[in-house]
Ligand binder design. Structure first.
Ligand code: IPE
Ligand code: MG
Length: 235
């Protein structure tokens, strides 16, 4: 990859197209999720090697619970397996894993696997991997509002303390704004992903289904990011 490229500080990835990837090959959708999960791990390791500091990945939205039970159960089992036994390299490479989303509706085994990964990597200082699981951007803003109201009610903050930065810090995780947002599979939607954090993100919508989105595609994406002229409302 071209070494002159500027790395975004925070990349967001909406993982999409696993199901279509599998269907296209005459395979069950679950195979797409399996290959997609493996790919996600590799992409994360690659971006960490490139020096990325923050990576947020959308792996399961609150709305994904509307899918058939069979698919939801498969995904939940896959998360448990990945977090508990297939993230050794992620842990070893110094990546810190955090989660964003609501804990309700998630089975005990899933919560345990998430807690295990968060605890095991809490002292890591390389890339922070923010896994958005049972996540919704509007729910995040609702939950932040409740938290801030509670702080106000308990006299812990005053109205003057509340500004854009304060709001951002009180979301599920205290992360910098998303600079570059990638959604694979050609869908042109945010689907409730990081609505507050992505307000000035550069958007990128490659056609590739996620299981096929490899290192070369990341390189291409980063080149595209470097060609964008970010003005943040200025001229
Ligand atoms: C993304 O792939 C993975 C999850 C949402 C868990 P999809 O499952 O949305 O794949 P398509 O969009 O049906 O191809
Ligand atoms: Mg989809």
């Amino acid at each position: 990859m071209n070494n002159e490229l500027i790395m975004p500080k925070h990349i967001g990835i909406i993982v999409d197209g696993n199901g279509r990837w599998a269907t296209k090959r005459g395979l069950p959708r679950s195979m797409g999720h399996k290959v997609g999960a493996e790919n996600l791990k590799n992409i994360c390791l690659y971006l960490n090697d490139l020096g990325l500091k923050y990576l947020s990945v959308f792996v399961f939205s609150t709305e994904n619970f509307k899918r058939e039970n069979k698919e939801v159960d498969y995904l939940m089992d896959l998360f448990v397996k990945m977090f508990k036994s297939e993230f050794e390299e992620i842990i070893k490479k110094g990546i810190k894993v955090v989660f964003s989303g609501r804990r309700d509706r998630l089975r005990k085994e899933v919560l345990e696997a998430m807690d295990y990964l968060e605890n095991t990597t809490s002292n890591n200082h390389k890339c922070t991997l923010n896994i958005c699981l049972n996540y919704g951007g509007q729910s995040e803003i609702v939950d932040m509002t409740k938290k801030v109201c509670q702080l106000y009610k308990e006299d812990k903050i005053s109205l003057e303390d509340i500004d854009a930065d304060f709001i951002r810090k009180n979301l599920y995780q205290d992360l910098p704004p998303v600079d570059f947002l990638i959604r694979t599979s050609g869908e042109l939607r945010l689907s409730n992903f990081m609505l507050y954090q992505a307000s000035y993100a550069e958007l990128y919508f490659p056609e590739t289904y996620f299981p096929d989105f490899k290192e070369e595609d990341i390189n291409k994406a980063l080149e595209e990011f470097n060609n964008r002229n970010r003005r943040f409302g200025g001229n």
